[in-house]
Ligand binder design. Structure first.
Ligand SMILES: Cc1cc2nc3c(=O)[nH]c(=O)nc-3n(C[C@H](O)[C@H](O)[C@H](O)COP(=O)(O)O)c2cc1C
Length: 171
C-alpha cells in the first residue's frame, strides 16, 4: 500500500483552480508532523500559504516558475530549533525536514493531491515575504493542488541493479 503511493507519486505541475479541502490538507501536514527526526528533535516549522496574492508574489522568489502561481497551497518548510549534525557531516535539520516533506508528498499522492518539490528558490526573498526569521531558514518548498489533466509519464528511474549492491560497494 505504501509502495502504491510511492509509485503513484510524481511531480504535478498543473493544478485545478480549487482550494484543497481543509481536512485533506491537514492529513498531508499530519504525515509530515509524524515523520521521524534525529533524537526526535522535530526541527521544523511548516508555513502553509494559500493566499492567492501571496502565492503570486512568491512565484518570483521561487525561480519564476509560473506553474507555482496556480498551486492551491505552498508548504514552506523552515528549520526550527538548534542545529545538529548527523555523522559530523550532514545537517540533521535538513535531513529531518526532507523526510517530513517526503511523507507529505506520499500522503498527498494517496488521496489524490498533486505535489511538486521546489528546490529552486531565493531563500532570502521567500523569508522576507513570509516574515520568516533569520534563525528559521527555508529548507524546501512543496507546491500542492488537485491535478489538472493527466500528468505525463513519470520520469524513469535507474535500474534496480544499477543502484543496489549487496554487502560491498560495487560499480
Ligand atoms: C530537492 C528537489 C528539488 C526540486 N526542485 C524542483 C523545482 O524547483 N521545480 C520543479 O519543477 N521540480 C523540482 N523538483 C522535482 C524533480 O524534477 C522531480 O522530482 C524529478 O524529475 C523526478 O520526477 P518525479 O517527481 O515526477 O518522479 C525537485 C525535486 C527535488 C527532490
Amino acid at each position: 500500500m505504501i509502495l502504491d503511493a510511492i509509485e503513484k507519486r510524481q511531480s504535478i505541475r498543473a493544478y485545478k483552480d480549487e482550494p484543497i479541502k481543509e481536512a485533506e490538507l491537514r492529513e498531508v501536514l499530519e504525515a509530515g508532523r509524524m515523520a521521524p527526526s534525529g533524537c526526535n528533535k522535530q526541527p521544523w516549522k511548516f508555513v502553509v500559504v494559500q493566499d492567492r496574492v501571496m502565492i503570486g508574489k512568491l512565484v518570483h522568489a521561487i525561480g519564476g516558475q509560473e506553474f507555482v502561481g496556480k498551486a492551491a497551497a505552498l508548504v514552506v518548510a523552515c528549520k526550527d530549533g538548534t542545529g545538529y549534525h548527523i555523522g559530523k557531516r550532514y545537517d540533521g535539520g535538513v535531513i529531518d525536514i526532507t523526510i517530513a516533506l517526503d511523507h507529505m508528498t506520499l500522503q498527498a499522492a494517496s488521496i489524490g493531491i498533486g505535489t511538486c518539490w521546489l528546490g529552486m528558490y531565493d531563500g532570502e526573498e521567500v523569508e522576507q515575504l513570509l516574515g520568516i526569521p533569520a534563525q528559521n531558514p527555508v529548507v524546501a518548498i512543496l507546491a500542492m493542488g488537485y491535478p489538472e489533466g493527466e500528468p505525463g509519464r513519470k520520469p524513469r528511474r535507474k535500474a534496480f541493479d544499477d543502484v543496489v549492491c549487496w554487502e560491498k560497494f560495487t560499480t
